[in-house]
Design a protein around this ligand. Sequence first.
Ligand SMILES: Nc1ncnc2c1ncn2[C@@H]1O[C@H](COP(=O)(O)OP(=O)(O)O)[C@@H](O)[C@H]1O
Ligand SMILES: [Mg+2]
Length: 377
Amino acid sequence: MDKPFVYGATVSGDNFTDRVKETKHISMNFNAGMNTILIAQRRQGKTSLINKVKDYVNSSEIYVISLDIYDCRSEYDFYERFASSIIKATAGKIEQVSRVVADFLGRVTPKISISPDLSSDFSLSLGISPKSINPEDVLNLPERIADKKGIHIVICIDEFQQIGEFPDSLTVQKKMRSAWQLHKNVSYCLYGSKKHLMEKLFQNKSMPFFQFGDMIFLERISTVDWVNYICSRFKAFDKSISKEYARYICEKVENYSSYVQQYAWNVMVEAGDVVSEEDLIEGYNALIKQTSALFLAQISNLSSYQMNFLRAISAGIHSGFSSQGILEDYRLGTKSNIARLQISLVDKELVEKIGKECFFADPVLKVWFQKEYCRYC
Ligand SMILES: Nc1ncnc2c1ncn2[C@@H]1O[C@H](COP(=O)(O)OP(=O)(O)O)[C@@H](O)[C@H]1O
Ligand SMILES: [Mg+2]
């Protein structure tokens, strides 16, 4: 069904806008066998973008395989997801799976479940464990398959920052890097939401994945593109919005992708044939209502120092937190508290650090927080 606006799910087709430069850049990387690292805050459009590139590049010579490791908690969870995704994508038909597993993974016994709706989809479990397999055999699986089939493979791993949370993560990262860097027919696209964790993995000289590939920081979609998109979606559904109001929508949420779509949809729900100023206000009030329960949960466990730190940011203070005046005005404790407060709030994805300055990571949270907690700031 053609939807006017989509949020909370990956977007494609008419609900996907812009990203022309990024699509070209990443497609070129995929075609040339270059590794790519894509970093951005969540809900900016990483997964949608990679899906789009995948559709472009996928062919009988280049297999683009994607997997999401958001729920992998350990090295062997990862190997299971990695190997089963690769086998599923390269075996072609379900009848071939057992043979491919026997050819490439020897000792494991695959369990295949066919989906109940009788579509061609099936799930595959390999039962990979330290007893059944060597990590190197799994990590080299795509290279061996690519070599045998005479194809190139691009492996896209979503929520890659998750590997930083595995027990003994550094050793796992070393194993991955040393296997993957020797691959000649396989390249990798590693992307993830938790920006600070991704940066830790890839930008720190002492980490195994340092300089593993082409780093791309996904910027927000420009106002011009959003305005065209919003106006054309209203038009496609027989409504009209002025460019000025469309600009207001994206600027109000600082061009944050999922919020632009959510807010635009709220406005469409309010509007008659032509969007009025009141529809913009009501649409925004609805956005605050829709998000407030989540925000409340996000801040429910904060200490009073952490809350005070957010109050300071709300009041327009972005740096210089250790100065005596600010420590006292916002009751932030001692100087030595500040670094810890910043790290913990960045970890919780409430605060984003740009250079030395701290900002709210979420533009709607900022407004909600100000309304709820800063009336007397
Ligand atoms: N190129 C795009 N055009 C329009 N909306 C987009 C685009 N990319 C992302 N969005 C919006 O952002 C939301 C999150 O997209 P997603 O690809 O899941 O982001 P991420 O993987 O960065 O968390 C989508 O549901 C959609 O509302
Ligand atoms: Mg995603």
